[in-house]
Design a protein around this ligand. Sequence first.
Ligand SMILES: Cc1cc2nc3c(=O)[nH]c(=O)nc-3n(C[C@H](O)[C@H](O)[C@H](O)COP(=O)(O)OP(=O)(O)OC[C@H]3O[C@@H](n4cnc5c(N)ncnc54)[C@H](O)[C@@H]3O)c2cc1C
Length: 496
Amino acid sequence: MGGSTTLRTPFLTRSKADVAIIGAGIIGATIARELSRYKLSTILIDKEADVGWGTTKANTGVIHAGYSEDPHTLRGKLTTPGNRISKQLCEELEVPLKRIGSIVVSLNRKELPVLNKLENYAKILGVTGTRILKKDELHSMVPHLTPKAVYGFYAPTAAIVSPYGLAIALVENAQANGLNVLLQTKVLGLEKKRQGITLNTTSGDVRTDFVINAAGLWADEISAMSGEKEFNIHPRKGEYILFDETIGEITGKIIFPAPTPISKGIAFAPFVEGNYAVGPTDEDIQDKEDLFTSFEGLKKVFNSAEKFFPEIPFKRYMIRNFCGLRAVADENDFIIRPSYNMKGLIHAAGIQSPGLTAAPAIASMVMDILKDQGMKLHPNPHFNPERRTIHRIKDVDYKTKEKLIEGDPRYGHIVCRCETVSEAEVIEAIRRGATTLDGIKFRVRCGMGRCQGGFCTPRVMEILSSELKTPLTKISKRGKGSRLVKGKVWDGSFNV
Ligand SMILES: Cc1cc2nc3c(=O)[nH]c(=O)nc-3n(C[C@H](O)[C@H](O)[C@H](O)COP(=O)(O)OP(=O)(O)OC[C@H]3O[C@@H](n4cnc5c(N)ncnc54)[C@H](O)[C@@H]3O)c2cc1C
């Protein structure tokens, strides 16, 4: 397959690639970007209409310091290196990463041994700068915290990032370096051939030498396509409440409670864009598509918010609830290894938390496996590690605003009032691959603010329709099954 396709590639009949990656979440995206350093033809396939729409779009967005997992597990071993690599990665891709640090707070003295255990993990795993905080220092670092808080465990290297923003940037950069992307395409089966593997997809067949299984919650189904299911994955639901940025600074740090055996607990995390999220809960469920929030779940989140920050009037600032599903494998660890059944198939599966943080280290482990399996890696002489972000009219100084508007007056047309997004930004998001309302939302934030798209939705739909040369009736929220309008009820005229 020659040349580079765009995110809109809808169909292929029969195609050939050196490597096919199933899943364009943060894991598939990071691996794709790593592979684009080499002279290879790589294809990234996802069943959704855009990049990062699985678990990657609904999580806390924390780049963990790396102290919270058992050092004997892959989750433990890959988090600290992932945290370290993320800094350079985000600089190259112009993705904002804020190293604001995290604090695990204990509300009673009995929890101190838990904090000591975390400090011990940090030592073993090489997490730098961590320390236990006593009450005075804790409260001076987190002013609105409940007076009941007695100790904290501080990790200055923890950071925040936009998880979907990073996935989009990785894919944009990999595409510029030769990656092919095939969206709205479901992988239905794998066939072992004398040479390589054929993927049967809803868009046709792809012949390839290597397949990377980065299919998130469905990675066990992909493993079953090799002849036998090699592991099981079940969803663990996490519900959140999102607060408007006008809530002000609740805390400049990421705050965790003392962890439970299965979760890091309900956290308070500022998002890089300025909102606050409180969550997630942890509930093992069966249905991989159950993204419903519940009264019980949100009550837990809300109670926790009030318990830790009793002074903050949370109710006034709630703008939305959402939930994400962790892909938990039976062994409760990442599964990163070649398939036992099918030569050329490599699993990057069971990537539950902290998968966003570990992604760069996971990608580098997958590269080592590919080398071991005989893949020839010749550097791509045209590889450019850098990618430019979309200019945000909201974030630039007055002089730059003036210059941008002078160059393109559409920077002066504000489409989304809550998030101050201009028409030029929406058009640039479409130029880079957005085809849906959510595609615009995750690239430039139209619809992320207080009114949740009440004002900007019709305007964004019109721009999508005009730029994509598609009737309004075909514009959707997130691809198949989510069209927004059926037709006009009135053509605007009074002629009868
Ligand atoms: C509530 C919650 C909070 C979290 N918080 C954090 C955090 O703060 N920090 C952190 O480091 N990690 C966190 N995580 C973990 C992190 O979000 C995940 O580890 C990461 O997003 C997993 O990425 P992925 O690429 O493996 O999966 P996904 O993002 O789910 O991507 C898999 C992709 O595969 C596609 N796919 C599946 N089957 C097929 C098929 N047959 N054909 C084609 N495409 C297919 C899907 O459409 C999907 O896009 C959290 C997770 C949750 C749920």
